[in-house]
Write a protein that binds this ligand. Structure first.
Ligand SMILES: [Zn+2]
Length: 389
């Protein structure tokens, strides 16, 4: 395999770097878009893309497409960022988009304005180089990924489905890389399910427990059963299901009172071996063993998904290997992403973006070489998919 030397940044500021800086300077703290999508739409319209601004509720979304034939390859990402926190702790102001030490610093540099800039530049290059390309390319952007909104990608996917315009393939620019660009891609994600469980008892004096019913004792036994259970053993693509308790609340503030209730919150991360329904049924069964009155409240954050092989995964693997000299590792790790709304619609989804070491942290940054490399990889993915024989 020959390794192309693509990751040298020219002395002139590259187009991808310039665009990434422009986006970072927009203070698009979720769910505010702060003008990012105007910039993206303006650039793509100039290259023959048809842009649809989809304002659903409080969320700005954008669907930009070039071409009307199939197959359709879409890139996807978000313009919103998490708040910077205490700006005094940043080496450079978080929205200054400072370039120093071969890096671009700022909130959103890695998650994920750097990748958005690389996608747009790759699409622009493709549109200029192959004006009469086969198939179609598109960009799907939402302004609310960091904070879930039903009016973000989930709504856009419904809109696309109604118009019969769902893509065959989707590359999401979430920061998938671990130490080097493209060393890891995500071809699936685990599902996430959160339970709020409340155990009701009977309040009373600790000296007269026979007149009371202590909910803490029952809750502790339930938690013991939940945390000691082996939920599944995982499979070739997914690690075993995990359960983590994240909250535990009880007590009246008086040390001689048995409280009337006790509650806990716990979250499951699971692969396709277990459905959300199966998990719910098992938890209900475990809670019922302790008798008494319990209340369970569920937040279903997303089902697991996986893209098995196929042209998209192959194209991404080849593009990464050609540009970095190494094949990427396929992973289903990390938290949930907007892939949970796109993949269930029957779309092949792969996530490939910058290095995730500083996302959501103080001093978030990307290496300039990452931006250049990512744009080149994205360009190659487009060519491989739309010009494959
Ligand atoms: Zn992100």
């Amino acid at each position: 395999m020959t390794q192309r030397i693509l990751f040298n940044v020219s002395k002139e500021m590259s187009a991808v770097l310039e665009l990434a800086r422009e986006l970072i300077r927009c203070q698009s703290i979720t769910p505010d878009d702060a003008g990012c999508q105007d910039i993206l739409a303006g650039r793509l319209e100039a290259r023959g893309f048809t842009c649809r601004r989809l304002r659903f509720g409080e969320v700005d979304n954008l669907w930009a497409r070039r071409g009307s034939d199939g197959p359709l390859l879409a890139f996807a990402g978000h313009t919103d960022v998490v708040p910077p926190g205490d700006t005094q702790r940043w080496t450079y102001p978080p929205f200054s988009a400072t370039v120093a030490d071969g890096k671009l610093w700022g909130r959103g540099a890695a998650d994920m304005k750097g990748a958005l800039a690389a996608m747009v530049c790759a699409l622009e290059h493709f549109a200029s180089a192959y004006a009469d390309h086969p198939g179609s390319v598109a960009l799907l952007v939402t302004g609310s990924e960091e904070r879930f909104s039903p009016n973000g990608v989930r709504r856009v996917v419904q809109w696309l489905a109604e118009r019969n315009e769902l893509p065959e393939w989707c590359v999401i620019g979430e920061p998938s890389s671990s130490r080097r660009i493209g060393d890891q891609i995500r071809h699936g994600r685990r599902g996430s399910l959160t339970c709020r469980l409340k155990v009701h008892g009977t309040q009373g004096h600790v000296a007269y427990p026979q007149l009371a019913d202590n909910p803490i004792h029952r809750l502790v036994r339930i938690i013991k059963d939940l945390t000691e259970r082996t939920w599944d053993v995982g499979d070739a693509n997914f690690p075993p299901t995990t359960l983590q308790v994240t909250e535990l609340n009880a007590g009246t503030g008086a040390d001689n009172v048995i409280p009337p209730e006790a509650s806990t919150v716990f979250n499951f991360r699971h692969g396709p071996a277990l459905t959300a329904a199966a998990i719910k049924a098992a938890v209900e069964e475990i809670a019922a063993v302790q008798q008494g009155r319990t209340e369970l409240d569920w937040d279903h954050d997303g089902d697991p998904f996986i893209t098995h092989g196929g042209p998209l995964v192959e194209a991404v693997k080849v593009a990464v290997a050609d540009n970095t000299g190494r094949a990427p590792a396929l992973s289903t790790g990390g938290g949930t992403s907007d892939g949970r709304f796109i993949a269930p619609a029957g779309v092949d989804v792969v996530e490939l973006g910058t290095i995730n070491a500083t996302i959501h942290a103080v001093d978030e940054h990307v290496h300039l070489t990452e931006l250049e490399g990512l744009e080149q990889i994205y360009r190659d993915i487009i060519s491989h998919l739309l010009f494959r024989s």
